[in-house]
Design a protein around this ligand. Structure first.
Ligand code: FMN
Length: 423
């Protein structure tokens, strides 16, 4: 039974500062697809997946992590953009995703010290400070030289230029979740005393330089977004006050959209407690949206469009949030891995909310992995041309997901050896 909620606010187009318009207020949030081919390009499965999501009604489709340097992958099978070798693949990906009017934006990332040891033994980071409490998954990083920081900024800008050249609709710089740019923002991880660290202004210098250099490459009419933590949720870490100062600087630098998130691998707040619905608190919207309170604080200080992701499930809460004026765009992640048509159904009134999905087993280490692997299995089904299967068993998802990771790691190691032999 549907509840009488006026869906019109969800259907309103959103005009961005660069002049681009998104056709509605629902975005597919970034979810690492782990579907690159053996050469780290967009695979047929990735193209098929986005063709499916492109038919689902969202105004914006934000890709999962697309990595600007293969040694900074968040997953062995991320798409990697280091030069123009994947331009044709990117075009195909964009055409499939955008055939029905959605806009495909690439999320540009580098995992920094959160790159698994199986990808690189010595990841790079602002300072040589290792991730704590993850059972040796990550090696101790090496502090980047100033010249390396400068080259990394170019890598982001080059990847942005490739996205524009391939006909994609925009890019998002990933500066959240404890990845490389977020590490530069964090006083806990950035102990430098040079142009890239030492105080809050210098800690944000890398992010601002990425935005400025990308802008100079893509021109004034191409959207650039930033995914920013509201906080790292760690004592002495990046705090809401820091996020406000960074957002103000980003607004001055001309970004088109800031997505509000939070947490990192040491303090994973980005998928909430994993299970939904959360216990009843004040209003529907406060209960659902993990980071709404922080978005509200940002809204008091910046006018730049804000995107909120994390926990959103019901049309009632989404409409209430948009009507509150605190955010402009709503990101849906896990629900769209199970119900790719949910945006269209929320918009036309045939669905009131995402279906409830219970994935957790109650064992912390396994549950963190399950929040990724169970949903990634659904994503991979769509990549194979199948519909998602909400009845998929948790143990089965864990076993399959871990098996796939092992296979892709072997395949990418093989392809790296072949590339090295050709050099
Ligand atoms: C399988 C999976 C992969 C994810 N990959 C990414 C990613 O590549 N980049 C990112 O910024 N967030 C990533 N996230 C976080 C989501 O973008 C989103 O913030 C989170 O799932 C909370 O939103 P939701 O409650 O609508 O799922 C991922 C989440 C899941 C479940």
């Amino acid at each position: 039974m549907t509840v009488a909620v006026d869906r019109e606010p969800l259907a309103r187009p959103l005009l961005l500062p660069c002049g681009t318009t998104l056709r509605n207020r629902i975005a597919k949030a970034a979810m690492s697809e782990a579907l690159a081919d053996a050469g780290f390009g967009p695979s047929d499965a990735l193209v098929r997946l986005y063709e499916r999501w492109g038919r689902g009604g969202a105004g914006m489709l934000l890709s999962g992590n697309v990595i600007v340097d293969r040694d900074g992958r968040t997953d062995p099978a991320n798409v990697v953009l280091e030069d123009d070798r994947h331009l044709a693949g990117l075009r195909r990906w964009g055409e499939a995703a955008q055939a029905n009017g959605a806009a495909l934006w690439l999320q540009l990332s580098h995992a920094g010290r959160q790159t698994a040891r199986t990808i690189t033994r010595t990841p790079v980071a602002p300072s040589a400070i290792a991730v704590r409490g993850r059972g040796g998954v990550f090696g101790t990083p090496r502090a980047m030289t100033s010249a390396e920081v400068d080259a990394m900024i170019d890598r982001f800008a080059d990847a942005g230029a490739l996205a524009a050249a391939a006909g994609l609709a925009g890019v998002q710089i990933h500066a959240a979740h404890g990845y490389l740019v977020s590490q530069f923002l964090s006083p806990l991880v950035n102990h430098r005393d040079d142009a890239w660290g030492g105080d809050a202004t210098r800690r944000m210098a890398m992010l601002l330089a990425i935005v400025e250099r990308t802008r100079s490459r893509v021109g004034p009419g191409f959207p650039i977004a930033v995914k920013l933590n509201s906080a790292d949720f760690q004592r002495g870490g990046f705090e809401p006050g820091d996020a406000i100062a960074v957002a103000q600087a980003l607004e001055r630098a001309g970004v088109d959209l800031i997505e509000v998130s939070g947490g990192n691998y040491e303090s994973p707040a980005m998928v909430g407690r994993g299970e939904l619905p959360a216990p009843a608190r004040e209003s529907t919207r406060a209960r659902e949206a993990y980071f709404l309170v922080y978005a509200k604080q940002l809204r008091e200080h910046v006018r730049v469009p804000l995107m909120l992701t994390g926990g959103l499930r019901s049309a009632a809460a989404m409409v209430e949030i948009l009507e509150g004026g605190e955010v402009d765009l709503l990101g849906l992640g896990r629900p769209l891995a199970v119900e790719p048509d949910l945006p269209a159904r929320l918009l036309d009134g045939s669905a009131d909310a995402a279906r409830e999905t219970k994935v957790n087993l109650g064992i912390r280490m396994l549950d963190d992995a399950l929040q990724v692997l169970w949903y990634q299995q659904q994503i991979h089904r769509m990549g194979r041309g199948l519909e998602p299967d909400p009845s998929l068993g948790r143990v089965c998802a864990l076993a399959r997901g871990l098996g796939e990771q092992l296979r892709t790691r072997r395949a990418s190691l093989g392809s790296e050896r072949r590339t090295a032999a050709l050099r």
